[in-house]
Design a protein around this ligand. Structure first.
Ligand SMILES: [Zn+2]
Length: 371
């Protein structure tokens, strides 16, 4: 059995939910359709001509990439321009394109955590907070016979996380009363007669971002025609998500040694370095992609060094003066996402006994040559 496009994307969005992306980011389905069977998925950092050729060779139905192929609203689609030809080729070969960008950076267990882990940064927290999850309390009343079914549906949809604990809920017995009226189709009871039913009250906690999904799963699993449930807004905050990670190195070392760790573990041949090579590095920050804007917040967070791409001349000079070191491995260091996303996807597909194949793009999309 092969997965439908929507199923593959559902797995992708469990890893990188859309609602955690930066505002106005270009994410989601950018080209083609998900209403088809997916035999082959290709995971890529960027999509260029070579990647599209690779996808055609592998008979790929869907490319999941990090960087968007459509940035601004298209005013025309001319197929005699390089980008136009790329879109044309993708459409002709029925290859859909789905983008997971800042949502993959921000999410827990995503791009920035993979980079932090590769560099030996322990218990990294965001360099800059982006959103704090708003929490609601969900309470639902369910007949005893369907208690487990509804509880499983609610927790399975992602409710009930408190810190490092999942499946947190409270369940208490009681009885509910109701009287079905004309036009009703009661699961229990008869029209015009007061009913008293043994029920369970389930309560748990739901982050706002998945509230709809959880309520839908609950309603689907619940046997009643009219489900009695409450959603309370709470004066409690959930997890804080944000860009980049900063934390202590598991092994403190000199900047020159850390440079070697970066090169080896992010698999880059060259890095640009700002700072005294003999300075000790205890706390490090990392941010996939372009991080010039995150040098100052990293100083504020007490980092000795920031590892990030696309550093410009003046940012480097300011960093020297401020006393923070920089290691720039290039924007392409984000290629770490290819194998990591593939790993996640393969695990999900395997667990669901789906035959869809996941390929990691072998194309090196680094545009710079180092001479
Ligand atoms: Zn990027």
């Amino acid at each position: 059995m092969f997965a439908k496009g929507q199923t593959v994307i559902q797995y992708m969005e469990q890893l990188a939910p859309k609602h955690v992306a930066m505002p106005d980011d270009r994410i989601g389905l950018q080209l083609g359709t998900l209403q088809k069977d997916i035999h082959n998925v290709l995971i890529a950092l960027d999509i260029n001509d070579e990647v599209v050729e690779e996808a055609i060779q592998l008979k790929v139905d869907l490319i999941i990439a990090h960087h968007a192929i459509i940035f601004r609203p298209l005013k025309q689609l001319q197929t005699d321009t390089p980008m136009g030809r790329l879109y044309e080729k993708l459409i002709k070969h029925d290859i859909a394109v789905y983008i997971s960008h800042t949502n993959l950076d921000v999410t827990e267990g995503g791009m920035n955590d993979w980079m932090a882990e590769a560099l030996g940064i322990e218990n990294g927290s965001p360099i800059e907070d982006l959103h704090t999850e708003q929490l609601s309390k969900l309470v639902v009343f369910v007949p005893k016979s369907h208690h487990q079914q509804v509880l499983d549906a609610i927790l399975g949809a992602g409710a009930g996380y408190i810190g490092d604990y999942s499946h947190c809920s409270f369940n208490i017995e009681g009885y509910g009363t109701f009287m079905p009226h004309e036009g009703s189709h009661p699961f229990i009871g008869t029209e015009g007669k007061l009913e008293k039913v043994e029920e369970m009250r389930i309560e748990t906690i739901v982050p706002q971002g998945i509230q709809r999904k959880v309520v839908q799963a609950m309603l689907k699993a619940h046997p009643y025609e009219e489900v009695a449930y409450d959603l309370y807004a709470m004066n409690l905050k959930g997890r804080t998500l944000g860009l980049g990670r900063v934390g202590k190195l598991n092994t403190p070392m000199l900047l020159e040694e850390f440079v070697q760790v970066v090169k080896q573990n992010l698999e880059v041949d060259h890095v640009r370095v700002v700072g005294d090579l003999k300075r000790p590095i205890r706390k490090a920050a990392v941010l996939g992609g372009s991080g010039s804007r995150y040098v100052s917040p990293s100083i504020f967070r007490g980092a000795d060094v920031i590892v990030t791409g696309d550093i410009d001349y003046h940012t480097a000079q300011d960093a020297l003066m401020a006393g923070i070191a920089i290691i720039d491995p290039g924007h392409n260091a984000e290629k770490i996402m290819k194998s990591k996303v593939a790993e996640w996807m393969r695990e999900k597909l395997l667990a669901a006994k789906i035959e869809t194949q996941v390929h990691v793009s072998k194309v090196n999309t680094e545009a710079f040559q180092f001479m």
